[in-house]
Write a protein that binds this ligand. Structure first.
Ligand SMILES: Cc1cc2nc3c(=O)[nH]c(=O)nc-3n(C[C@H](O)[C@H](O)[C@H](O)COP(=O)(O)O)c2cc1C
Length: 182
């Protein structure tokens, strides 16, 4: 019988993981989609993101990963404050619009000012955030932000991103007043 150290030695080493394969496999984890938006010199700027998560309850912190190649994230970083709008199930085109380069991403969008930045009118939740710190991680930066204020719609349904496609959240139990605490 092989010793423990022999078993470890026989483990396959890390293989070169193709970035497309990485994205395809990680795409099996369904996520919501948000728009991160700030007022940059009086102009609204924003980008779609799905790498957002809650980090800490006390203090209330979120994290979001922004690609080093993003031209919008440095504008948001510069402002230090941004608003997160959680997209509703009918916001597929808005998600596409906020990921397209070379266009006015706010063209035709209904939005209003919140304390930390532009907020989409019929999103299902909003977070006013202040950047706390950033951690370099590979080709992205992990931005940690403190939530200054927040709100949610009564009966909103989320846009869901799964395996590179859009869908909507359908509860198995239709009673949205019942919540699981994770
Ligand atoms: C569903 C979806 C999720 C995305 N999530 C992220 C993300 O978490 N981080 C990121 O940097 N870009 C993300 N993007 C890409 C950005 O929205 C955008 O395309 C990218 O920032 C390039 O534009 P920019 O140069 O104006 O920043 C996502 C795009 C889509 C459609």
């Amino acid at each position: 019988m092989a010793s423990q150290s022999e078993q470890v030695a026989n483990l396959p080493g890390p293989r070169n993981i193709d970035p497309i394969e990485f994205r395809n496999v990680l795409g099996h984890l369904p996520t919501g989609v948000v728009v991160l938006a700030a007022n940059a010199a009086g102009q609204p700027v924003g980008m779609a993101a799905n790498s957002i998560t809650s980090v800490s309850l006390v203090p209330p912190l979120i994290a979001v990963c922004a690609a080093h190649t993003s031209s919008t994230w440095p504008l948001i970083r510069h402002e230090q404050r941004f608003c997160v709008s959680v997209l509703a199930s009918h916001h597929e085109q808005i998600s596409r619009q906020f990921s397209r380069s070379g266009t006015d991403r706010f063209a035709g969008i209904s939005w209003h000012h919140r304390d930390a930045g532009p907020a989409l009118d019929d999103a299902i939740a909003w977070l006013d955030c202040e950047l706390v710190t950033e951690h370099d991680a590979g080709d992205h930066t992990i931005a940690v932000a403190r939530v200054l204020n927040l709100a949610s719609a009564q009966d909103g349904r989320a846009l869901v991103f799964f395996r590179g496609q859009y869908g909507r959240f359908e509860p198995t139990n239709l009673d949205l007043s019942r919540r699981e605490n994770a």
